[in-house]
Design a binder for this molecule. Structure first.
Ligand SMILES: *Cc1c(COP(=O)(O)O)cnc(C)c1O
Length: 353
């Protein structure tokens, strides 16, 4: 955060509007433009954005929604918040995105939607998923919480399916502390989202026909978001350059680097590597040297809140036991990056296995 964000908040504090006002409307318009969609609806955070994305499509009790297990837990808990049941799918072991072949095997008469998570900022296999959801007559939704500004076959995420959501929590590429957004091409869907956000009342004042929630974004959040959106492409470029540098300097390390599919641009919200034999030693070793390494994500199907379903996903469990994420953020210097690569190479030299 810098001076422009400070000034933006100051502007709001003296404006007379603290929530659901002109900053929110402007942020929605600017965010929509970046993602090449006509409508964006700001929400209080990413998790309620996910729930709203489902509810505005009428998803609820008795419905199943297919989600990857290898994701932040709220992709699945939002399905429960909507009253439906999450059904967990495998991911590809390399790009860590939902596996369309496994999705096809999980579709039942109760399946209403598939949520494709664009893991760490690389788009999921949208063409394969679209083909099979069209065949089944079900919805395809994007969890783009980690993928602001990413693209697939030349088109930005957020407009690739029947609805998409984003998060602005501090781990994401742009942030306002908390915040969320749902994007769409459909004006009626956008209107239902606005009703859900504001106690059932549409922005044009149409009387309420159903209950809603208070999922509004504050004007302070929106004003910061407007500045952050102008920083997005520079942040992404830096992170892409960091990832490229690390890939080149990890050539002698016995770790798997996430491949970049040629038809999509990844934005590296995280940089997730894999080590099949030495993950824990690498993570501990990096932490001992003051380098922040973390293990994301514990599989949702094994979380205490879903474990009673007794789902087994061998590939996801193998992935979860071998992944670790390393620093890749836009403020790292070339010395930082070289040090990270050197330490990983020392902890896991290629010739030692
Ligand atoms: C961050 C994240 C969310 C949740 O967003 P919040 O704003 O933290 O509620 C949902 N899905 C994925 C994949 C995420 O990474």
């Amino acid at each position: 955060m810098g001076e422009p964000e400070l000034q933006a908040v100051q502007r709001v504090l003296s404006s007379g509007f603290l929530t659901n006002g002109p900053e929110t409307a402007a942020f929605e318009e600017e965010f929509a433009r970046v993602h090449a969609v006509p409508y964006a609806v700001a929400m209080a955070n990413g998790t309620v954005a996910l729930t709203a994305m489902l509810l505005a499509h009428g998803i609820g009790p008795g419905d199943e929604v297919i989600v990857p297990s290898f994701t932040f837990l709220s992709t699945a808990t939002a399905v429960v918040h909507a009253g439906a049941r999450p059904v967990f799918a495998e991911v590809h072991a390399d790009i860590l995105n939902i596996d369309a072949d496994h999705v096809a095997a999980l579709i039942t008469a109760r399946t209403k939607a598939v949520i494709a998570v664009h893991y760490a900022g690389q788009a999921a296999d949208m063409a394969e998923l679209r083909a099979l959801t069209d065949r089944a007559g079900i919805l395809l939704l994007e969890d783009a919480a980690e993928a602001h500004g990413a693209s697939y076959r030349g088109r930005p995420v957020g407009g690739l399916a029947d609805g998409a959501m984003f998060s602005f929590t501090p781990t994401k590429n742009i942030t306002m502390g908390e915040g969320g957004m749902v994007t769409t091409h459909d004006p009626d869907y956008a209107r239902r989202l606005r009703q859900l956000r504001n106690h059932g009342v549409a922005d044009d004042g149409t009387p309420r026909t159903s209950i809603g929630y208070n999922w509004r974004m504050t004007e302070m959040q929106a004003a910061i978001g407007r500045v952050q959106v102008t920083r997005l492409s520079a942040i992404i470029e830096r992170k892409q350059a960091n990832a490229e540098f690390l890939a080149a300097h990890l050539r002698d390390a016995d770790v798997l680097f996430p491949p970049n599919r040629p038809d999509r641009t990844a934005t590296y919200m995280m940089l997730t590597l894999r080590s099949s034999t030495r993950r824990d030693a690498i993570v501990q070793g990096l932490r001992d040297r003051g380098i922040e390494a973390r293990v994301y994500f514990p599989p949702a199907h094994l979380d205490a809140v879903f474990a009673a379903d007794n789902v087994t996903l061998p590939r996801t469990e193998e992935v979860a036991n071998t992944v670790f994420s390393i620093p890749c953020h836009a403020e790292l210097t070339e010395d930082d990056l070289a040090l990270i690569a050197k330490e990983i190479t020392a902890l896991a030299p290629r010739d030692a296995t």
